[in-house]
Design a protein. Structure first.
Length: 429
């Protein structure tokens, strides 16, 4: 709720010059939440404020069986096929003045625009029971055969709106409860022992058991209450958010696995051994660190395309980022080449042959000399024991190749053997 005036509103929107001569009468601007359908009319808004200010107790709504013949709403078989649900109610001994009737129609139209989705989900019809007699038949006809004259109109129209039982019942409850106060038999008083805050929010509450439990009755006007958290929210609103002492949380986020931890876990690496560069403002959790290897990206690509015909052969040439204290920025880029082979057999010889071809194109001959390359047996947490080799070229280690460990393959949701090769091509550039 905000306190304002016509003059203040015009001044903010059009300037002080335009606001001269405008009214200074105090106006209260109330923002109604989209899910509080019971506050869409003057009657519901006033009643809600009175309950909140504890001037009245939250009403108890009840259905009263009529003393005479019960009205019947009959749905035909053909109607049930296209509009399976219909609801109806009778407000008896109601006293309508022009203002009350206008408010009733205004609520009906607001419900049409809100929960009814412009009559696409629910269509409401109101009739004077003194001028019609039952039983009432709800039947389905061709849209062109359904003719009626809407309220405040002088001509007939055709209509064919869908009905939804859930939305229809909410609309019915809102209309009945909002205007039941004009009936002779109005709602009864609530129990004496109430939970104060929730009662002010239109939720009749009673302390039960050993005093640590509250029994809450949700009225039909509160269709927005769908979970226990909605009740907690109402209690906080009634208490006042400004009255709650502010404290710093122990943590600003919900615990979740960092992308570095995820990749290290899948590849069987020690996270403390990875020299990953952390990004201060990542767009997503997957990009919290700069990658130190190209292998996870290729394995994810294979996982997304594992239904494609085998074998799958992929490669990537791109930069990785590693920490380097000798650089001004504390990190450096290295150009890597990574290739994977995914098939019913590991295909180590294929990956080995690819390495030989790459070295041939780079004019690096096989051999132990400074200008040659050689592979030596090695171990790696991502590779199958005894099926891994380290690549040495021009006197330095440039990468590894081998058959990936089954645990790595499983963690990437793969089902076939896979071999990989990853080398640093910076020394050859």
């Amino acid at each position: 709720m905000r306190r304002t005036s016509e003059k203040e509103i015009i001044s903010k929107e059009q300037g002080n010059v335009k606001a001269q001569g405008a009214s200074d009468v105090v106006l209260y601007k109330i923002d109604v939440p989209a899910n509080r359908y019971d506050l869409l009319c003057l009657e519901g808004l006033v009643r809600g404020l009175q309950v909140f200010k504890e001037r009245i107790k939250a009403p108890v709504y009840k259905r009263v069986m009529p003393s005479g013949e019960i009205q019947k709403l009959v749905m035909t078989e053909q109607t049930a096929k296209v509009r399976p649900f219909a609801v109806a109610a009778v407000l008896r001994n109601i006293k309508f003045t022009k203002d009350r009737y206008d408010s009733f129609i205004e609520l009906q139209e607001k419900l049409h625009q809100n929960i009814c989705r412009k009559r696409a989900l629910v269509a409401i019809g109101t009739h004077d029971l003194d001028t019609v007699s039952g039983p009432f038949t709800y039947t389905a006809k061709r849209p062109s055969d359904i003719k009626f004259r809407p309220l405040n109109k002088t001509k007939e129209y055709t209509a064919c709106e869908l009905m939804n039982i859930y939305k229809a019942k909410i609309v019915l409850d809102i209309i009945v409860t909002m205007f039941s106060e004009y009936c002779e038999n109005q709602f009864t008083e609530t129990p004496e022992n109430l939970a104060k805050l929730l009662t002010r929010m239109y939720l009749k509450s009673e302390v039960i058991g050993d005093g640590n439990q509250i029994e809450i009755e949700i009225p039909p006007t509160r269709a927005d209450i769908m979970h226990a958290c909605d009740i907690v929210e109402d209690a906080a609103i009634a208490y006042g958010y400004n009255n709650i002492q502010m404290t710093l949380p122990k943590t600003y986020t919900i615990a979740n696995q960092c992308s570095q931890e995820d990749i290290a876990d899948k590849l069987g690496l020690d996270i403390s051994a990875t020299k990953a560069v952390h990004i201060s403002n990542p767009k997503t959790a997957e990009f919290q660190v700069a990658r130190t290897t190209l292998l996870p990206g290729l394995l994810k690509t294979i996982a997304a395309n594992r239904k494609m015909p085998l074998p799958l052969k992929l490669f990537e040439i791109s930069d990785i980022v590693i920490k380097d204290s000798s650089r001004d920025v504390g990190a450096k880029n290295c150009r890597h080449l990574c290739a994977v082979y995914y098939n019913k057999n590991p295909g180590f010889e294929i990956i080995h042959g690819l390495l030989d071809r790459i070295m041939q194109l780079l004019d690096v001959p096989p051999g132990q000399g400074k200008g040659g390359y050689v592979i030596k047996a090695a171990d790696g947490p991502a590779f199958f024991p005894g099926r891994c080799a380290e690549i040495f070229a021009r006197g330095q280690s440039v990468g590894k190749l081998g058959v990936l460990h089954p645990d790595v393959i499983t963690k990437f949701e793969l089902t076939m053997p896979c071999s990989s090769l990853e080398i640093n091509i910076e020394p050859f550039l």
